[in-house]
Design a protein around this ligand. Structure first.
Ligand code: ZN
Length: 216
């Protein structure tokens, strides 16, 4: 992609982004290293299917993408989001995955938002709406319980940790026939995106997908 479209990211930073290509899990987007024929679902998704139909991530959460996301989350640099979203949407598959959908950010608990001043998932969803065709931003969910960081938890613990953390935003009007895509910065085991998708499913939405900028 042309570096001119980016405001802050250098050519070196762009070159170090590791795009995820097929083959990958058709449900959670987990990249398969090596050559696999046809469509495949990873063992985790076969064992406990997530509430979303399909998740897609643009980059691997290592190297350059990991550094940028770390800066976005922990070093008060939300302005880097726009560039990372521009780079992600350069991938036609990622662009198609967003197009024409209601984009629902993973909500942050009010205590944490007060601390960080912004929710990176909201900023990512807003940046995607600006750049991807036919998307609508929708703050459909709220975080009703604070949760501990998922980083040191295992796969099952992560699901339990966030299981009852999310709810529908009061007074939100949903179109149960539309496609909703839950948006986060990083998908690790998919527990958070699953918990959010579950709330949307319970509200009667049939078409629920997910996306994250990075998979790690
Ligand atoms: Zn999977």
């Amino acid at each position: 992609m042309e570096i001119e479209r980016l405001r802050y990211l250098s050519q070196a930073g762009l070159d170090r982004l590791e795009w995820i290509h097929d083959p990958r899990c058709t449900v959670c987007g987990h990249p398969f290293d090596g050559w696999i024929e046809g469509e495949r679902t990873c063992p985790h998704c076969l064992e406990i299917p997530p509430a979303y139909d399909r998740a897609l991530c643009a980059f691997r959460a290592r190297g350059s993408a990991r550094n940028i996301i770390h800066k976005i989350k922990y070093q008060q640099s939300p302005w880097l989001i726009e560039d990372l979203v521009t780079a992600a949407l350069d991938n036609p598959q990622f662009r198609r995955h967003c197009a024409g959908s209601f984009l629902v950010p993973v909500p942050m608990h009010s205590h944490k938002k007060r601390e960080r001043h912004y929710n990176q998932a909201e900023r990512i969803a807003q940046a995607l709406v600006h750049q991807a065709p036919g998307c609508t931003y929708m703050n459909a969910l709220t975080k009703i319980l604070p949760t501990i960081s998922q980083t040191k938890l295992g796969r099952t613990e992560r699901r339990t940790n966030v299981a009852k953390a999310f709810a529908l935003n009061p007074n939100i009007k949903l179109n149960t026939h539309a496609r909703y895509v839950v948006v986060d910065d990083v998908l690790t085991t998919g527990a958070t995106l699953h918990a959010c998708a579950h709330v949307l499913r319970k509200a009667g939405i049939k078409n629920v997908d997910a996306l994250a900028l990075a998979h790690g």
